[in-house]
Design a protein around this ligand. Structure first.
Ligand SMILES: [Zn+2]
Length: 550
């Protein structure tokens, strides 16, 4: 007789506990989320009396339950689903570490993160490195890992920092061996790619992942540091699927793994319906009837991907950037492409449909999403702000815009060109807190910052109400710069930027200058140079490149 353990897992559910998405033929929202999910997981749990249920992080931020309760409603639902352990994800910080602490404290929930590196903040009292479950005299040990890549770039995460997750996992693997753990699991919020690196450099049995929203239908097998197999799984996003692992505890072997599509179940959980109705009435008392109102109706979907050949601007991005600009009487508008999540689907548009286009951010004054800031800068500084974008993203534009157009060369850092503004003029730019953060770290010359009384959601809702006809497509506000494009890529010098250093790896000699034109170093092959945070220009032969030390 083998001893079978059922492990259920979720990740990146992002507060989407209510039905959302496009309308179906019978006038319902396509994604029914936790009402159906609870029915599926409850049935499986009654079938397998030995079970565990995990969440690999990013359960917060994405819909009104988070904004209405700063996470308490989301934690209530996870508790009701019977989740046994949750990893601390990066979006858990979207309302700041104090708010996260308050939610965890009031719901009496602990999160797992073994690599959190801040001991002075009270949040530390609600974080554990690992959890051990005893099932039939077998020890199941579960380690939590959080990404460290947001230490310096997420203003909401401050002052919390994270250590290297891979080194941390190597240290705890010894701890788990000393504790005689039978099954060693990592509940990782590092993303699928880093999970494969993690698997190779450690010897855990199972990595249950999140963060990259990857749909792993067939288990990934990686040869680990003991020459054994480490299994990697991940369950997509937004409660659309749930992972189901069957593990043979007697022989410590994987029996079966699959993702269960929540859409394919027709049964609903009655207690979850009752709980959601209760939560809905609390949300309505704060934000009005956001799931059942009717703002307008549209005949065709406004896409969240480019819909004209050669254009890189996104229809929903154009709509949002226009709304931010016009509703705040600014000259220009910018919005991060990364925070555009869902299209505006055809049919009736509710407030929640508008929110789903760009749900991230948290406004401590009124609990809606990102507040709009009006940043006064010189036209020439827009090159720095937009250039930062291409440093991070490579092929897709980091910001969507209103009031101007621009071009860039994909995969060439900082190469933004042809911004259709007068570089000597002064502009008022409507942007989010992230735009402000990037602008203020890169341009010492911000002339003024005005905090408006609008957030992105309200601006878009008011703007839509003011339009008689809502119809948005790509207009080529953003394009690739085609001339010299391949030439520039083939001539891109070899160098690496690591923390506050640049490692020059090119045979060609070069010099590095600051933005004022002062030479800082002569660069020689395989030498390492220290630089302060900021933008620099490298000149090598006839070519010059901008780089950013983040
Ligand atoms: Zn994440």
């Amino acid at each position: 007789m083998i001893d079978t353990l059922l492990i259920l897992h979720l990740n990146d559910s992002h507060s989407r506990i209510f039905p959302f998405g496009p309308w179906t033929d019978d006038n319902k929202k396509l994604y029914p989320t936790v009402m159906r999910l609870a029915y599926i997981t409850d049935s499986l749990k009654s079938l397998y009396p030995k079970h565990l249920f995990f969440h690999a992080g990013d359960f917060l931020s994405g819909d009104f339950p988070f904004n209405a309760s700063v996470g308490r409603m989301d934690l209530k639902i996870l508790k009701l689903l019977g989740i046994n352990a949750i990893t601390l994800g990066n979006h858990e910080f979207d309302a700041g570490p104090d708010s996260l602490y308050n939610a965890l404290n009031s719901e009496d929930v602990y999160l797992l993160s073994a690599n959190m590196d801040t001991t002075s903040h009270i949040l530390k009292t609600k974080i554990k490195p690992y959890e051990i479950f005893n099932i039939n005299s077998k020890k199941i040990c579960v380690l939590g890992l959080t990404p460290s890549e947001f230490n310096d770039i997420n203003p909401y995460q401050k002052p919390i920092r994270f250590k290297s997750p891979i080194q941390t996992a190597q240290i705890y693997q010894d701890t788990f061996n000393n504790l005689d753990c039978n099954l060693k699991i990592i509940l990782s919020h590092l993303g699928a790619y880093l999970d494969t690196v993690l698997a190779k450099s450690t010897n855990y049995h199972l990595i249950i992942g999140g963060h990259s929203h990857t749909r792993i239908d067939t288990v990934w097998k990686v040869k680990n540091s003991n020459n054994d197999t480490t299994y990697i799984v991940q369950a997509y996003e937004h409660f659309k699927v749930v992972g189901k692992i069957l593990w043979d505890l007697t022989n410590n072997k994987l029996i079966d793994y699959k993702l269960i599509d929540v859409l394919n179940s027709s049964n609903l959980s009655q207690y979850m319906i009752d709980t959601l109705n209760n939560i809905k009435s609390q949300i309505y008392s704060k934000f009005s009837n956001v799931y059942d109102d009717s703002i307008t109706t549209i005949d065709s979907t406004i896409s969240n991907a480019p819909d004209s050949i050669g254009c890189l601007d996104v229809p929903t991005g154009n709509l949002i950037a226009d709304a931010m600009r016009f509703q705040t009487n600014s000259d220009l508008g910018v919005i991060e492409t990364d925070i555009l999540v869902y299209p505006l689907y055809k049919g009736k548009i509710t407030s929640d449909d508008i929110f789903q286009m760009m749900p991230y951010g948290f406004d401590h004054q009124n609990a809606y999403n990102s507040r709009i800031y009006k940043i006064t800068i010189k036209g020439s500084d827009m090159y720095n702000v937009l250039g930062f974008a291409q440093f991070i993203r490579g092929q897709s534009p980091v910001v969507q815009v209103s009031g101007f157009t621009y071009q860039f060369i994909p995969n060439v850092p900082m190469e933004v060109s042809d911004i259709s503004i007068d570089t000597s003029q002064i502009y008022k730019v409507a942007g989010s807190v992230y735009t402000l953060y990037v602008a203020s770290s890169l341009t010492p010359n911000i002339i003024a910052v005005e905090t408006t009384n609008l957030n992105v959601f309200q601006a878009v809702k008011n703007y839509i109400l003011s339009l008689s006809n809502l119809n948005y497509h790509s207009e080529c506000r953003i394009k690739y710069k085609t001339s010299n494009y391949s030439e520039k890529i083939s001539k891109l010098p070899k160098f690496k930027i690591y923390k506050n250093t640049i490692i020059w790896q090119d045979k060609e000699k070069a010099s590095i200058y600051n933005l004022d034109g002062r030479k800082i170093y002569e660069l020689k092959e395989n030498e390492i140079y220290k630089l302060r945070r900021g933008i620099y220009i490298i000149k090598s032969g006839k070519l010059s490149y901008k780089i950013l030390i983040p």
